[in-house]
Write a protein that binds this ligand. Structure first.
Ligand SMILES: Nc1nc2c(c(=O)[nH]1)N=C([C@H](O)[C@H](O)COP(=O)(O)OP(=O)(O)OP(=O)(O)O)CN2
Length: 216
């Protein structure tokens, strides 16, 4: 009873003190200071050397922004953005207009991340996510499409695909009509599975035309 009260009171109070952090494995740690401030608040006679006990038990796995928000919500958040681009051709099946023709774009993909807390690793201390790491993850995905023909599954005859393949053209089939909106969702879903702090992806077909997909 006494212990369960602690496990309820300490995280809730630490949340309001906003002195917790999340490590690279998405585990929330309540800092020694936060825990001890809370412990002293509720049990002023506890000695300093007992803090390890509480710190060890106050580790919560937080894979989602929801969990982070639940335990770390404050007035402020950190945001970072990174972008990469690729050249790719596409066409819109059943579109009445010039975009039904095979044509190319210099696609720009911009990724946004947010978090209530920063990392505390030696390498990534003070970072939401290492720019280098985010840049590489995004570049790998852009490279997959670079200088390819992005086409919707079923939108080209088998014989056409065979001819294009025989010419050794790079073909990238997608299970959706390759609009900027659908590509933004594709990039979001693929990247979000790797980095849960990603909440928005923008895809520019041209410098003037942009579609975005965002978590609500
Ligand atoms: N909401 C969307 N509308 C359109 C998309 C799309 O992905 N989402 N895509 C297209 C075509 O792919 C087309 O290439 C882009 O449209 P458009 O503005 O006509 O192209 P340009 O900017 O190159 O136009 P110019 O006037 O030739 O400069 C259509 N719509």
């Amino acid at each position: 009873m006494f212990l369960s009260l602690y496990f309820l009171i300490v995280p809730v109070t630490a949340r309001f003190l906003q002195t917790a952090y999340i490590d690279k494995d998405k585990i929330v740690h309540y800092t020694k200071e936060a825990v001890m401030r809370t412990v002293r608040l509720y049990h002023p006679v506890l000695k300093q050397n007992q803090d390890c006990f509480f710190v060890a038990f106050l580790r919560l796995k937080t894979g989602s922004a929801f969990m982070q928000g639940l335990f770390l919500r404050g007035d402020t958040m950190y945001y970072i953005t990174s972008e990469a681009s690729f050249d790719g051709a596409h066409f819109l099946r059943n579109y009445s207009g010039k975009c039904r023709n095979l044509h190319g774009h210099h696609w720009l993909v911009r990724v946004h991340m947010r978090s209530y807390a920063l990392q505390r690793d030696i390498q990534t201390d003070g970072m939401l996510n290492d720019f280098g790491d985010l840049k590489k993850t995004l570049k790998d995905l852009c490279d997959y499409f670079d200088h390819s023909l992005i086409y919707e599954a079923g939108s080209l005859r088998k014989s056409t695909l065979a001819c294009l393949a025989a010419e050794e053209f790079l073909l990238r089939e997608v299970p959706f009509r390759p609009t900027a909106e659908n590509l933004a969702k594709y990039f979001y879903d693929t990247l979000q599975a790797k980095r849960s702090e990603i909440y928005r992806v923008e895809v520019y077909e041209t410098p003037a035309n942009c579609a975005a997909y965002e978590a609500q």
